[in-house]
Design a protein around this ligand. Structure first.
Ligand code: AMP
Ligand code: GLY
Length: 428
């Protein structure tokens, strides 16, 4: 039996811990630091995900067999390297390998070198040069900050004026120290999809597809967020697209990383635009997506710890993934103001009523318990409610039924999660 430590405190980590609790090979799940939701079904220990030494200490003291790192920041800071030096089993890429996410410039160069289809891009160190470049190309473009920006560092701009505005925001330093490095990209048209794949450095096992909803408001309007909802599978990822993603994206990525001497072990997330010419990579992430994890992981029929452990042991070729045929939909309930400023500490009601519904799971993201032991809001994205049903329309109905049972002051959520999948089904 395995003891597993899950690092992080979001909805993704709640989904990971929830699934691990269902594993027949797992005897204990600890979350560091976890949230109010993980505290109810696993053990929380208050070590922050930025306290790398604290995590190594904790894993050693509790004799954990496997550490699963949820968020990107500790990966980019080298948590995996530290745990491996101590001989502790860990699921996640090393600091070098996680550059695929933590540096957009590295990632873009890597894709170009390995002929992985992606948007054309130029990198700049000086904001002055960016201004000149914007003037030269004029038309639609996407401006991106290098480095980690919690999904909020990309600005799709239809016009030159919008591009200047985006640049002005970046130059305020709002996006941290990496704001000096800026990427200007070709604006890709098509439909987005996420493919999450396990890799042990040699073998790749893709999970079923998902689609995120990045914009804050209905009909893909408003600012980009970390993700307002997801569903799985994504009909835009046909069998043909899926095999092209494997051959043209996943395989050359894992091979290319090995060639660099930084084999990729962990979860490789390809954020894709499905264009007229086929799949193109928008970005790589080096961990499960949030909220994609809350939509995809519940559909996994294979014991979750199998692929996680096999990635650590270099035995992924021995694993096959089986999937529920049901569709899943995850709706994120957020705090008024997100992705900008928002209040915390509002009492949340109704989660138990929603959880009692069959085939519904309520994953906590930004929640906490107040002094009276009441569940309160503690972040921008507060809850992710997932429903699973045989068809997409049923999954949508079930999920929104559950969402409507939950309430907190300033709660907002998108009403159109899964709509794209319906549009696809209607066009068949
Ligand atoms: P990123 O920070 O790279 O994940 O980008 C966030 C979001 O911005 C993506 O999910 C897309 O919706 C959009 N985006 C990023 N790059 C492009 C691009 N080259 N063309 C069109 N949309 C993009
Ligand atoms: N949902 C997008 C991400 O996890 O980066």
């Amino acid at each position: 039996m395995l003891k597993v430590l899950v690092i992080g405190s979001g909805g993704r980590e709640h989904a990971i811990a929830w699934k691990l609790r269902k594993s027949r090979w797992v005897s204990r799940v600890i979350c560091a630091p976890g949230n109010a939701g993980t505290g109810r079904m696993a053990e929380n220990i208050p070590v922050k995900d930025s306290d790398l030494k604290g995590i190594v200490e904790l894993a050693r003291a509790k004799e954990m067999d496997l550490v699963v790192v949820g968020p990107e920041a500790p990966l980019a800071q080298g948590l995996v390297d530290m745990l491996e030096r101590e001989g502790i089993g860990v699921f996640g890429p090393t600091r070098e390998a996680s550059k695929l996410e933590s540096s957009k410039v590295f990632s873009k160069r890597f894709m170009v070198r390995n002929r992985i289809p992606t948007a054309k891009a130029e990198a700049f160190d000086e904001l002055k040069e960016v201004r000149k470049y914007i003037r030269d190309i004029g038309g639609p473009m996407v401006i991106k900050v290098d480095g980690l920006a919690a999904g909020k560092g990309a600005f799709p701009c239809e016009t030159e004026t919008e591009a200047y505005k985006a640049l002005d925001r970046i130059s305020t330093g709002e996006f941290g120290t990496s704001a000096g490095k800026v990427l200007v990209e070709e604006y890709l048209r098509g439909e987005e999809a996420s493919i999450l794949a396990f890799s042990d450095g040699r073998t790749i096992l893709p999970m079923e597809s998902a689609q995120d909803h990045k914009r804050a408001f209905d009909n893909d309007s408003g600012p980009n967020t970390g993700g307002m909802g997801a569903y799985s599978p994504a009909p835009v990822v046909t069998d043909e697209i899926s095999s092209r993603v494997f051959d043209e994206v996943l395989l050359p990525t894992v091979k290319g990383m090995s060639k660099l001497g930084t084999p990729y072990k962990g979860l490789l997330y390809a954020g894709l635009m499905i264009t007229d010419q086929g799949p193109k990579v928008i970005e790589f992430n080096c961990r499960f997506g949030d909220p994609e994890a809350q939509a995809v992981i519940p559909r996994l029929a294979t014991d979750f710890v199998r692929p996680l452990k096999a990635c650590c042991d270099g035995e992924l070729d021995r694993v096959t993934l089986r999937w529920s045929r049901s569709s899943s939909v995850c709706v994120v309930m957020a705090s008024q103001g997100y992705p900008g400023k928002y209040d915390k500490g509002h009492i949340i009601s109704g989660t138990e009523r929603a959880e009692r519904m069959e085939n519904v799971a309520v994953f906590h993201s930004g929640t906490a318990l107040n002094g009276n032991g009441e569940l309160v809001t503690n972040g921008g994205r507060v809850l992710g409610v997932t429903g699973m049903a045989p068809t997409v329309p049923e999954a949508i109905r079930l999920t929104y039924q559950a969402v409507r049972k939950i309430d907190f002051k300033g709660a907002f959520y998108r009403k159109d999660i899964g709509q794209r999948a319906l549009d696809h089904l209607a066009s068949f």
